[in-house]
Write a protein that binds this ligand. Structure first.
Ligand SMILES: Cc1cc2nc3c(=O)[nH]c(=O)nc-3n(C[C@H](O)[C@H](O)[C@H](O)COP(=O)(O)OP(=O)(O)OC[C@H]3O[C@@H](n4cnc5c(N)ncnc54)[C@H](O)[C@@H]3O)c2cc1C
Length: 189
């Protein structure tokens, strides 16, 4: 979808950008999502190993204190499971040494996704038109379409929304903050 013909440009395909795209799709609004990398998810990245998923970025959500996450998971029909608290855990530090620790109870309880946190990104992307996402985008200031008049960030009458952890952090941080940032941006649209 050419950027000249859309109402909104979303910069960044992390959770906040993808969730903004999901919300705009639900409202039948036109948008294009520009992502610098060759993949969606931003800080969310899960790797699969023999059927087990390992989260390299965010791993947990806390349903008791993350109402937006809890609601979205339910709306998308995703499955989570409570973080194991019993038994033993093992981690490796950068110098290679492996440590074993006893599990411990957490309050509020934290949960993980079956299929890794990437499952959330994959599911959200199913609701976004494929032609609305463009990968391998140059930094915005080098973008061929980015020629704002002096003192303005808009390149036309539409809206540019920058998505990113800084935005999420303005709304309490974490994945919940990314969802809040997207909701605010779309609400103000
Ligand atoms: C190691 C780690 C563990 C974490 N653990 C948890 C956890 O367990 N639970 C939790 O709730 N939170 C956790 N967090 C925080 C959570 O990951 C972030 O709050 C959330 O993912 C931020 O999402 P975002 O979309 O706002 O930003 P990002 O995920 O940073 O996405 C920004 C996207 O914008 C793209 N981009 C940037 N500039 C441009 C540009 N100029 N043009 C085009 N694209 C651009 C980037 O490539 C990226 O894809 C963790 C963070 C880290 C790093």
């Amino acid at each position: 979808m050419p950027t000249e013909t859309v109402d909104t440009i979303i910069i960044g395909g992390g959770l906040s950008g993808i969730y903004a795209a999901y919300l705009l799709s639900q409202r039948n609004k036109s948008f294009v999502l520009l992502e610098a990398r060759e993949r969606m998810g931003g800080r969310i990245l899960s790797r699969e190993h023999h059927g087990l998923f390992c989260d390299l970025g965010p791993s947990w959500y806390w349903p008791e204190v993350n109402p937006k996450m809890a609601h979205l998971i339910q709306a998308l029909g995703l499955k989570g499971y409570r973080q194991f608290e019993e038994g033993m855990g093992r981690y490796q530090i950068p110098d290679g040494a492996v440590h074993t620790v006893r599990g411990y109870p957490m309050q509020p309880s934290c949960w993980r996704f079956s299929g890794g946190m990437t499952a959330l990104i994959t599911k959200l992307c199913e609701h976004i038109p494929e032609n609305a996402t463009q990968f391998d985008q140059p930094p915005m200031y080098q973008h061929p379409l980015y020629h704002p008049p002096a003192g303005k960030t808009s390149i036309w009458d539409g809206t540019i929304h920058f998505a990113g952890t800084e935005t999420a952090d303005q709304h309490g941080g974490y994945l919940e903050g990314a969802l809040t940032a997207a909701e605010r941006a779309v609400m103000n649209h």
